[in-house]
Design a protein around this ligand. Structure first.
Ligand SMILES: [Ca+2]
Ligand SMILES: [Ca+2]
Ligand SMILES: [Ca+2]
Length: 241
């Protein structure tokens, strides 16, 4: 008798235990599926946010560059509107115009052009200043060092008008201390800063410590500007023959 009374609750126990585990399975299965769906949704959301951030970042950097270019153009336009400056170089910059010159290869390697005892490469791609200098060094040269006005005028006749080009001018040690990449004494070469330059425009987070020649609407003597080294521009390499 006692064994029946013992078995009975056990039977009920097992019966109810089966029911619970079936329910449990159902209950447990639902949250797992729910969690999986939530996880997938979160992942997609995070991925979308990352893509959005990247796109925004690229757009912002391009916008920065555009703002810089617009500011430079505005400076050029406003300097053109003013009465001639007492600075003779500014007047010269305004008045010296050229015809386009078809460059010749001469004794230089393929893709390079010859002038006096140097060869020049006008880049077709845009890089940061240091990447540009690195590229020139892989060709056995350096970013162009403008030793005299003839060299500047020659390049002014062959460059693409719409581009700014990095040159081998950099402010390495401290503000106001400009140097040429090949070690040429900066004080031994003529200076062709554009009007109002170098301005180390404080809008730029990194300042403006690298030299370039300005784009222009007309073919005239290219003048120098200091720009943010981290922006990408075309560049000119020079090697000696
Ligand atoms: Ca040179
Ligand atoms: Ca600077
Ligand atoms: Ca500047």
């Amino acid at each position: 008798m006692w064994s029946l009374s013992v078995m009975e609750p056990q039977y009920h126990h097992f019966g109810s235990s089966d029911n619970i585990s079936h329910e449990e399975r159902k209950i447990m299965k639902q949250p797992t599926m729910k969690r999986l769906v939530e996880f997938v949704l979160y992942s997609v959301l995070v991925l979308l946010l990352l893509i959005l951030l990247m796109v925004t970042g690229i757009r912002f950097s391009q916008l920065n560059k555009d703002i810089t270019d617009i500011k430079l153009r505005l400076e050029q336009v406003s300097s053109g509107d003013k009465t001639p400056s007492s600075n003779p170089e500014a007047v010269t910059a305004k008045e010296v115009y050229f015809q386009k010159l078809v460059p010749v290869r001469g004794a230089c390697r393929d893709g390079w052009v010859s002038f006096q005892r140097s060869c020049y490469l006008l880049s077709t791609i845009a890089l940061t200043w240091s990447k540009a200098e690195e590229q020139c060094r892989t060709h056995g040269g350096h970013l162009v060092v403008l030793n005299n006005v003839e060299e500047l005028d020659y390049l002014s006749k062959i460059v693409e008008l719409r581009y700014n080009y990095w040159i081998g001018l950099v402010e390495r040690e401290h503000e106001g201390h400009w140097s040429w990449v090949d070690g040429t004494d900066f004080n031994s070469t003529p200076v062709f800063w554009d009007k109002g330059q170098p301005d180390d425009w404080d809008y730029r987070e990194n300042g403006e410590d690298c030299g370039q020649i300005h784009a222009s609407a007309r073919r005239k003597r290219k003048m120098w500007n200091d720009a943010d080294c981290n922006l990408v521009y075309q560049y000119i390499c020079e090697t000696r023959l």
